[in-house]
Design a protein. Structure first.
Length: 284
């Protein structure tokens, strides 16, 4: 089980991901006790809820979620708790990508991105709006702490605003470069940093590709001159290696969430790691 982030307890918060956990901690500081309900080293879409997570939901005053179909397990988990926490769905009001995906019932199959791509936290600029909404929710639960919460939010945003131009500058020489991604995780990241996603290795989100699809992908990559495949820690290394061997592409593993890689220890470091690794792969 992924260890919780231990901070002084005032407002008990359950976050559905480590990314949201880290942003809640940045905004709430020692006024919150926040824990992630998921382990970033495992598939968050197929979580088997455990008694420990249920206990956290029962005691939480605030639930912070990605929303859309990112947490298909959450509805059943909430049905098992007597007192539901205040629910902050951060997808509401977010400018989403991939909304042209046909609408399917979210529980019909695992992680279909049925209502838009869910990985909006991977555009670091979106963290400004996320932090603001978290601050508002925390302040509504603890009005006396509003000033401290706002100071924490402003401090975090200042650090983000200082880092973002530097990350953009590192990847600017590669603007327009075509890449292939293992999973449909990276459109927000690619849009922010000027990359073009030519295709994904998965034919559909969460579904292993057929041999025919892989053959078409190889031809597409050869024709488009794609030389980098963006992988994730849980991606099939054997499949990506085979595609790389057939196309001459290089595989670079990025961290999709805080803690998915030991180096990605907090939200801002997540981008430090990913920008550095991707620049090295594209530059070579």
């Amino acid at each position: 089980m992924f260890l919780p982030l231990l901070v002084a307890a005032t407002i008990s918060v359950a976050a559905t991901t480590t990314d949201l956990r880290d942003l809640v901690a940045a905004v709430g500081g020692d006024r919150v006790s926040v824990e992630s309900l998921t382990d970033p080293r495992q598939d968050p879409h197929t979580l088997e809820i455990l008694p420990r997570q249920l206990a956290r939901l029962r005691e939480a005053k605030l639930l912070v979620r990605i929303g859309l179909d990112h947490e298909p397990w959450l509805r059943k988990a909430l049905a098992r708790v007597d007192r539901r926490p205040q629910d902050l769905d951060l997808s509401r009001g977010m400018l989403l990508l991939g909304t042209e995906t046909p609408r399917l019932r979210a529980e019909r199959e695992a992680h279909v991105h049925a209502f838009g791509n869910t990985h909006y936290w991977l555009d670091p600029a979106n963290a400004r709006a996320i932090a603001e909404r978290i601050a508002g929710a925390l302040a509504s639960l603890a009005p006396a702490e509003r000033g401290v919460i706002e100071e924490n939010r402003a401090r975090f945003v200042a650090r983000l605003d200082a880092a973002l131009p530097r990350w953009e500058a590192v990847l600017r020489p590669f603007a327009g470069t075509r890449v292939v991604t293992a999973h449909d995780t990276w459109p927000y990241f690619a849009r922010r940093f000027g990359l073009t996603i030519a295709a994904t290795v998965e034919e559909k989100p969460g579904v292993p590709p057929s041999a025919a699809y892989v053959a078409r992908l190889v031809e597409l990559m050869r024709g488009a001159g794609v030389r980098v495949i963006i992988a994730e820690p849980m991606a099939s290394a054997a499949l990506l290696r085979r595609i790389a061997e057939q196309t001459g592409a290089r595989v670079v593993t990025l961290a999709p969430s805080v803690g998915a890689d030991p180096e990605a220890s907090d939200y801002l470091t997540l981008f430090e790691v990913n920008v550095r690794r991707l620049a090295a792969a594209l530059g070579s």
